[in-house]
Design a protein around this ligand. Structure first.
Ligand code: F0G
Length: 456
């Protein structure tokens, strides 16, 4: 059909009510939460764009698959189904289930890192960075220069700066046990990495004899961006592109809470037999036996089915377009965002919108809280609070001060998104009245989750 309207490629069989609150109730709720939206009760949120992780809607086929779960402790049928789907997609020999992405990260990094080593990546996400720093190692961000300029339009802003990677490998190569590439690049705006760039990283890894791991949480969204943006890729299926992305790597970490279309789960996969053995031994220590890795058999079934659905073209066309729809509305209204729109989220540029709030007074927190109080929308700061604390305890501005509006998969309709655009545009109009914050209390690791703030 040649109509222009891209519709949700599903119909709705089961619904969940949302609760409407008054502005005074939201003001009280955010104050009780120490002005940190992570501390809110979710039922006090109208539209929850905190994360796209584990918040998606499963399909009828996935709910049906749950009943097929084999809960055997060892050798579960559900594991073999899960393993065969992951192998078909990634080509990796060893498939190790974990309860979510960060467990795969912890096991990988604890297995390979020694203090003082360096992991290069386009941009590390918060848990990835934390799992490297906890091993007393450096998480080095090497995204291309264009990827650091929010308003600049570039088709593959998640690309790795190959010259910078080569410099790291030349100068610090002895300290680099592996190279990572995050697809799509979440901390950098949900921006994709091109196949050409992954091939370039592969060539450098070959030259310097380093394994390459993908942080593959949003591999299907990345594959679809390649299909629509990269020369010569338009006729391929998203699955074939994804398979090529994985074929260029030696392993991956994966959060099935994103492009696994599941509410929980993840995996670590690789070709290296020795590393896999070390990883499985660690897995048994904290996650579980290697055929369930902290998941129920039914979770493995839901993920297996989700990985099949996520590469379907009608789904990805709707997914990428519906995120862009929100970005286009905000851009048309003059609200500064990372351009072009990411795959899973729109990132408001709080530093550009609120120049009167310096980074160390957290413009991203000011904007996040205003979105909640004015419109009941929950986004998340990705900026100085999330990334500004150095391992030595000092504080510096994050690379950017962003507020991410992450879109859960298959959950909200177009009118929900119209409402979000209206709310964000209204808050942008009130910008002069917004004030900064200071931190009252915070832990030293991953402080954004639990910090308490005070309005300045
Ligand atoms: N890598 C990336 C790029 C991520 O975005 C996340 C999670 C992880 C790893 C860790 O996976 O949550 O299953 O342990 N990101 C979520 C988010 C939490 O909101 O972006 P996990």
């Amino acid at each position: 059909m040649n109509f222009r309207t891209i519709i949700e490629p599903f119909r709705i069989k089961s619904v969940e009510s949302v609760k409407f609150t008054r502005r005074e109730e939201r003001e009280a709720a955010i104050q009780d939460a120490g002005f940190n939206v992570f501390r809110l009760r979710a039922e006090d949120v109208l539209i929850d764009l905190l994360t796209d992780s584990g918040t998606g809607a499963m399909s009828a086929a996935q709910w049906g698959a749950l009943m097929q779960g084999d809960e055997s402790y060892a050798g579960s049928r559900s594991f073999y189904r899960f393993e065969s789907v992951v192998r078909d997609l990634t080509g990796f020999t060893h498939v190790i289930p974990t309860h979510q992405g960060r467990a795969a990260e912890r096991i990988l990094f604890h297995s390979v890192l020694k203090p003082g080593q360096v992991i290069p990546n386009n941009n590390h996400f918060d848990t990835t960075r934390a799992n490297i720093e906890v091993e007393q190692c450096e998480a080095r961000d090497l995204v291309i220069a264009e990827g650091r300029v929010p308003a600049l339009v570039h088709p593959f802003k998640g690309n790795v700066d190959l010259a910078a990677l080569e410099k790291t490998l030349r100068e610090d190569g002895a300290r680099v046990p592996l190279v990572m590439v995050t697809v799509t690049n979440n901390s950098g705006g949900g921006q994709p990495v091109s196949l050409e760039n992954i091939r370039g990283v592969r060539a450098l890894c070959d030259r310097y004899r380093k394994p390459l791991f993908l942080d593959a949480c949003r591999f299907a969204e990345n594959a679809y961006f390649i299909k629509i943006r990269e020369a010569g890729q338009g006729d391929r299926t998203p699955k074939a592109i994804a398979q090529e992305m994985f074929s260029l790597a030696d392993g991956c970490t994966m959060s099935a809470k994103k492009d696994g279309l599941a509410n929980i789960g993840g995996f670590l996969a690789m070709n290296d037999d020795r590393l896999a053995e070390t990883a499985r031994n660690l897995l048994i220590l904290t996650e579980g036996f290697p055929t369930y890795g902290g998941l129920a058999g039914y979770d493995l079934e839901a993920i297996a089915r989700g990985l099949e659905e996520v590469v379907e073209e009608p789904y990805l066309r709707y997914r990428i377009r519906s995120t862009e729809y929100l970005g286009d509305k905000l851009t048309a209204a003059g609200v500064p965002t990372i351009r072009p729109s990411g795959g899973h989220a729109i990132y408001l540029d709080a530093r550009a919108l609120l120049p009167h709030i310096p980074p160390l007074q957290y413009p991203g927190i000011a904007l996040t809280n205003a979105l909640y109080v004015e419109a009941g929308i929950r986004g998340v700061e990705i900026g100085t609070v999330m990334f500004g604390l150095r391992p030595d305890g000092s504080e510096t501005p994050g690379a950017m001060d962003l507020v991410r509006l992450a879109i859960p998969r298959r959950v909200y309709t177009q009118s929900h998104i119209d409402y979000v655009a209206e709310g964000a545009i209204e808050v942008a109009r009130l910008k002069e009245s917004l004030r900064g914050y200071r931190i009252v209390s915070a832990p030293t690791v991953l402080r954004h989750f639990t910090a308490r703030f005070e309005k300045l």
